[in-house]
Design a protein around this ligand. Structure first.
Ligand code: GLY
Ligand code: MN
Ligand code: MN
Length: 382
């Protein structure tokens, strides 16, 4: 979208400042996994996986992986020009051939003639799966997470986009802090955040922005309402931006004026829990240990039962992706993982507190990408 007449196009400016995304070579890394498994071709249907492999952003595309440098991107006539152009820009036209066809299964079948077993991503729609099993002579079997596990480690260009998104969300949140006053509605704050995100050059919010005040803050994924903020409220704001397909994710909790003793205890416990979880983030650590670190602080504060969701998740092309940060997650963290640490406590009828940072795992530890201060207190005029 272009900016106002004569005004700067901020989105173009943000994109111009980022290193180009190159997807060439990812197919070879995926093929290593396919070749080491019990299938001899793979069908990738998940849009974020298709984008990650090819650079193609259209709404309809299926990748048929046939070798380390041989794949088809099957799409429809609407994308006849866009698909080869994006594949070329991403640096993988030598390995991915565009096929324009209505039915990917029928179009790919002749190329799968020698395959005995074809793995299809298990997120395929029921009808589509039936078309594949009818069109190909090979046995079709479900495969799970083969691209997602590769996506969990970000390269520099991906990280630059996530970091740009995090910076934009930091700025958007700072711009609405002066509006945290009795009388402001949750939905007004949501619109202000989303507007600030777009004005700063992001494509939009990374997910439905959450503003939840007073008793509404007891709902972990509340939708903003017309409720007006009141003095003493806890206010949870969960905000992220979308930059060139990549997302950020951050939550801060504010309190309007003097907190009650109960609200102050919740804020203090969640802040300590979040700091303990973040401190555990380093290469080689099992993701479940971060969950344990957060949970043990809240257990010690007598609030463990009020922490009703997982501790975090990877973020990238999707808002929720690998690695999973929850009880029992055995995945060892690797440099390049981007993940959230977001403990929270929720008391129905009273309110809630959540603090969420987005971190990148580095060679020696981690680096936070979301930098807005965690200070919860918003002083009110006397
Ligand atoms: N903002 C969505 C989440 O934190 O999971
Ligand atoms: Mn999150
Ligand atoms: Mn969030």
């Amino acid at each position: 979208m272009s900016g106002p007449p004569g005004g700067p196009d901020r989105e173009a400016g943000v994109l111009a400042s980022l290193p180009p995304l190159r997807t060439g070579g990812r197919l070879g890394r995926l093929w290593d996994r396919v070749a080491g498994s019990d299938v001899d071709a793979a069908v990738i249907v998940e849009p974020a996986n298709v984008r990650w492999l090819t650079g193609f952003t259209g709404s309809n595309g299926v990748v048929v992986v046939l070798g380390a440098d041989e794949a088809l991107l099957v799409t429809d006539a609407r994308y006849e020009e866009q698909a080869p152009a994006q594949i070329g820009e991403a640096g993988c036209s030598g390995e991915i051939e565009v096929v324009v066809a209505r039915d990917p299964a029928k179009a790919a079948a002749p190329r799968l003639g020698a395959s005995a077993r074809v793995g299809i991503e298990d997120r395929v729609a029921w009808g589509e799966q039936i078309r594949w099993s009818e069109a190909v002579t090979a046995e079709t079997v479900p495969v799970s997470g083969i691209v997602e596990r590769l996506r969990a480690v970000k390269d520099g260009a991906e990280l630059a986009r996530i970091e740009a998104a995090a910076n934009i969300a930091d700025g958007a949140l700072a711009s609405v802090v002066p509006m945290l006053r009795p009388g402001t509605t949750e939905s007004h704050l949501q619109r202000a955040l989303d507007g600030a995100i777009r004005s700063a050059g992001a494509s939009g919010p990374a997910y439905d922005t959450i503003v939840a005040s007073g008793p509404n803050a007891a709902l972990p994924h509340a939708a903003p309402t017309g409720r007006r903020l009141e003095s003493g409220d806890l206010v949870i704001i969960d905000v992220g931006a979308l930059v060139d397909g990549y997302r950020s994710d951050m939550t801060r909790t504010f309190v309007l004026g003097d907190p009650s003793d109960r609200a102050a205890a919740m804020l203090e416990a969640v802040e300590r829990s979040q700091a303990a979880g973040a401190a555990a983030v380093e290469p080689g650590v099992e993701a479940g240990r971060i969950d344990t670190a957060c949970r043990s602080v809240l257990d010690g504060a007598g609030m463990g039962d009020a922490f009703v969701h997982g501790t975090g998740h990877g973020v990238g092309l999707d808002i929720h992706e690998l690695p999973r940060v929850a009880s029992g997650s055995a995945a060892a963290l690797e440099p390049g993982n981007v993940l959230t640490v977001e403990p929270g406590v929720y008391f129905p009828g009273f309110g809630g507190v959540r603090i969420e940072d987005l971190l990148v795992v580095t060679d020696s530890g981690h680096r936070p990408l979301t930098l807005h201060p965690k200070t919860p207190l918003v002083p009110l005029p006397a």
